[in-house]
Write a protein that binds this ligand. Structure first.
Ligand code: CA
Ligand code: CA
Length: 156
């Protein structure tokens, strides 16, 4: 009886740790996923507007403060990397912003309200041949405004 209990306890610990490990794996995969978007219609709109684009990274956030998630997309097309915002309007209309150059490797998109004022800003960073650069942008009147950047020319 005692022996059985111990076996059960061991089995329980094993199962629990396997569950914890696999949950860990899942969250890691999610973090690495290149398309982190819930509005698939808006993403489809982007794909229809720029059909030759291969998406490198896409992340969503409300970038113009209307409560609807917009999508920052970094993509490659004709050997150039570019970044654009797919905008979801109040009337559920979709629109693309102007595009900017984007880093060649190790792209990342972060959202941060840098001036404590709506809307939230976003930071694009990445590298080319080990040269790292980043830029801070804000969406204003459906346009992506370049607020600040460092060494973006080295990494784009
Ligand atoms: Ca929005
Ligand atoms: Ca802001």
């Amino acid at each position: 009886m005692r022996f059985k209990m111990r076996q059960l306890a061991v089995a329980f610990i094993l199962i629990t740790s396997i569950c914890v490990l696999s949950a860990c794996d899942k969250s890691n995969n999610k973090g690495d996923k290149k398309i982190q978007v819930s509005n698939s219609k808006l993403l489809e709109f982007f794909e229809n507007e720029i059909p030759d684009a291969e998406i490198l990274l896409a992340k969503e956030e409300d970038l113009n403060g209307d409560g609807l998630k917009d999508i920052v997309v970094i993509y490659t097309r004709y050997n150039n990397n570019e970044m654009v915002v797919a905008i979801n309007n109040e009337k559920d209309e979709f629109k693309l912003s102007n595009s900017h150059k984007a880093p060649i490797e190790n792209q990342s998109i972060q959202f941060k309200d840098i001036d404590d004022k709506d809307p939230i800003e976003f930071i694009i960073s990445g590298s080319k041949n080990g040269a790292v650069g980043y830029g801070i942008y804000r969406l204003e009147n459906d346009k992506v405004i370049d607020l600040f950047g460092e060494d973006m020319n080295d990494c784009c």
